[in-house]
Write a protein that binds this ligand. Structure first.
Ligand SMILES: Nc1ncnc2c1ncn2[C@@H]1O[C@H](COP(=O)(O)OP(=O)(O)OP(=O)(O)O)[C@@H](O)[C@H]1O
Ligand SMILES: [Mg+2]
Length: 332
């Protein structure tokens, strides 16, 4: 499905075009391939937060890893500020690219070396990217970064284990901010945090977007946080974006059966329709038909059907599989 920035928005910061990723596993005799992404396209505007939701294994992290240049796509590309990154930097990402795109991971402990003081995580990118070379200035900048993310300057001398999970995730965000990126890819940044501190980290991300104009791709399983934080939400199923639109719209009027299944699990006083277990099991069957057609499979969809993108509301699109229109069928 081709998702685009909402009409009227400035030129996108990130434009993902037709990304496909096939992983091959196993040896010569037991080779098996997994299609993690299938023709994924979307755009992210400046100072926009877009959430990517979907079940485990649907391909969310694969998108983030490709856009962070930690992985290569099998085909397709992406543009940053209108520049084709993969065509321009075939082998490895340039330092300039790494300054523009930063990633924040799920596990704030795993991403911080336990033997280093917090100051190290902020001073290193400042030095590496030549943002500052003067010791005192680096210290001052680090202190400002700490307060920017709601921590205190004296924590710079602590070790990661002396901080709480929420505080560590704030350090990871401060580290990303050190290089003044345009785009942050946040892969489940709050899922390992206590519910009570999640909201603080979500609010911090919203402030970064509003005050610094940073765009954020927010990957999550948690629909409630996507609705709370993200301007738009994209729903993934089996390597494809199946629905995309303003978060409130997608949650209140889910159109794709998979989105309906997802939203049916979230308590929502605003939802316009109710769900019972029978509906859920019907929806599960409907997901398969919507994806591949009756009796179809991922690599062998029902003959005579095609994927179409249907507009179901303002900036709200859904991927559907429909019979090929008679006018398009070429006589044998
Ligand atoms: N390095 C790899 N080698 C082989 N297969 C992989 C690799 N990385 C991901 N995959 C497969 O690609 C698919 C998508 O994985 P991905 O990690 O993107 O899912 P996800 O949506 O982030 O899931 P989760 O919500 O569990 O984090 C899965 O089927 C996964 O097994
Ligand atoms: Mg993941």
């Amino acid at each position: 499905m081709t998702a685009t920035a909402p009409s009227g928005a400035a030129a996108p910061v990130l434009e993902v075009r037709h990304l496909t990723k096939v992983f091959t596993q196993g040896g010569l005799l037991s080779r098996r391939s997994v299609t993690a992404l299938r023709d994924v396209s979307f755009a992210l505007g400046q100072a926009e937060i877009v959430s990517l939701v979907g079940e485990s294994g649907s391909g969310k992290s694969t998108i983030a890893r490709i856009v962070a240049r930690l992985d290569q796509p099998t085909s397709g590309t992406f543009l940053l500020d209108g520049r084709d990154v993969i065509a321009g930097e075939k082998r490895r990402a340039s330092r300039a690219f790494r300054r523009q795109v930063q990633m924040v991971f799920q596990d704030p402990f795993g991403s911080l070396n336990p033997n280093q003081r917090i100051s190290h995580f902020l001073e290193r990118p400042l030095r590496l990217h030549g943002i500052s070379r003067n010791r005192d200035e680096i210290r001052t900048r680090s202190e400002v970064l700490m307060t920017d993310v709601g921590l205190t300057a004296d924590m710079l001398d602590s070790f990661p284990h002396q901080l709480s999970g929420g505080q560590r995730q704030r350090v990871a965000i401060a580290r990303a901010l050190a290089v003044e990126p345009k785009l942050i890819l946040a892969d489940e940044p709050t899922s390992m945090l206590d519910v009570s501190v999640r909201i603080g980290v979500l609010n911090l991300m919203r402030d970064l977007c509003d005050q610094r104009g940073i765009s954020i791709l927010y990957i999550t399983h948690d629909l409630a946080s996507a609705r709370y934080l993200a301007d738009r939400t994209m729903v993934m199923f089996a390597g494809e974006i199946v629905e995309e639109g303003p978060s409130m719209e997608v949650m209140a009027r889910p159109s794709h059966p998979y989105t309906r299944l997802l939203t049916s699990a979230v308590p929502d006083p605003h939802r316009l329709h109710g769900f019972d277990p029978a509906t859920r099991s019907e929806l599960r069957a409907a997901v398969h038909v919507a994806m591949y057609g009756p009796g179809g499979k991922p690599d062998a969809p029902t003959p005579g059907t095609e994927v179409v993108q249907v507009s179901v509301g303002p900036d709200h699109r859904v991927r559907r599989r429909e019979p090929v229109r008679a006018s398009e069928v070429t006589p044998a």
